[in-house]
Write a protein that binds this ligand. Sequence first.
Ligand code: NAP
Length: 311
Amino acid sequence: MEHTTLGKSGIQVSKVGIGVWQASDDWKAKDADVIKAVEKAHDLGVNFVDTAEGYGMGHSESVLGEALKQMGRENFVIATKVNGAHLRYDELQRAAAASAKRLGVKEIDLYQVHWPDPWEQIPLKYTMKALEKLYLEGKIRAIGVSNFAVRDLEEARSYLSRTDIVSNQLKYNLIQRDIDDEVTPYCRKNNISIIAYSPLAQGALTGKYSEGNPPKGDFRESSPVFAPGNLSQIAKLIEVLSSVAKEHGRLVSQVALNWVASLPGFIPIPGAKNAAQATENIEAVDFQLTRQDIEKIERAAELVKIDYLPT
Ligand SMILES: NC(=O)c1ccc[n+]([C@@H]2O[C@H](COP(=O)([O-])OP(=O)(O)OC[C@H]3O[C@@H](n4cnc5c(N)ncnc54)[C@H](OP(=O)(O)O)[C@@H]3O)[C@@H](O)[C@H]2O)c1
């Protein structure tokens, strides 16, 4: 497995990681299966794993903690996130300690602000100062953010004097590329890694869902991506992905993931509900798409215009 450096941190992470949000009620996955997914990821050379205190109110972190007990914490770069309710100076430090406890670690490798303060009540300065304190105390190895626009990034960075933000975690996949106008160029220019979440558009880019067969029984029932009109547009892209996949002896999902992983500065963290999905996702980065493949895929993806209005 190829590795890449997380921003300016010197921390080496695998070219593809694994997201563990799946260990929460949101996804209806079994904890034991998610642990097996993390084990499989480790066997296949993945060392980068992402969770958040917000996933199942700490449950995802606890499940990951179980997995780490079995596999050895030293084999992983662990990323977690502080949620919007804990952005005050003192609360953030308590939240970090609680996350570390659930994960069973002394030090969190990458501690990320999950979202900019949704209520705009806590000055960002206090959040960033709290993060820098944790960094200087050796309780976290690097500071990251998530869902930050350029103005948020610039403000956040201006409050750090001893270290810098190493990553911005953002939604990114073939059909959701809103960040490319401003955030992507800014992050690349400033050596801030883009950790790509939902790289499979939450399953929409695997080819297994269609207008007549949307995901059932979880939050995706009300997700705009899976609304009938959108799924019928995505179907045309799936056809193209499928033809490219066939040429390489691969799966639709693997072509979609390979495309993200091949972009400079991007590290996808597909979520896996079980070991089989983890295997497919990790093996997605061990082949190369041709320039022609990429052009063909991007042309088809550009035609997909997701309608976010409620149906
Ligand atoms: N920072 C943030 O705000 C934020 C937001 C969202 C996610 N994240 C992080 O990013 C990670 C990944 O994003 P995500 O979970 O939203 O979306 P994703 O990785 O695009 O999709 C994950 C889902 O796709 C399906 N899937 C995965 N691998 C598959 C395969 N090989 N074949 C067929 N289906 C497959 C599974 O659901 P089904 O089998 O049920 O279809 C799985 O739960 C999360 O675990 C989390 O760590 C962060």
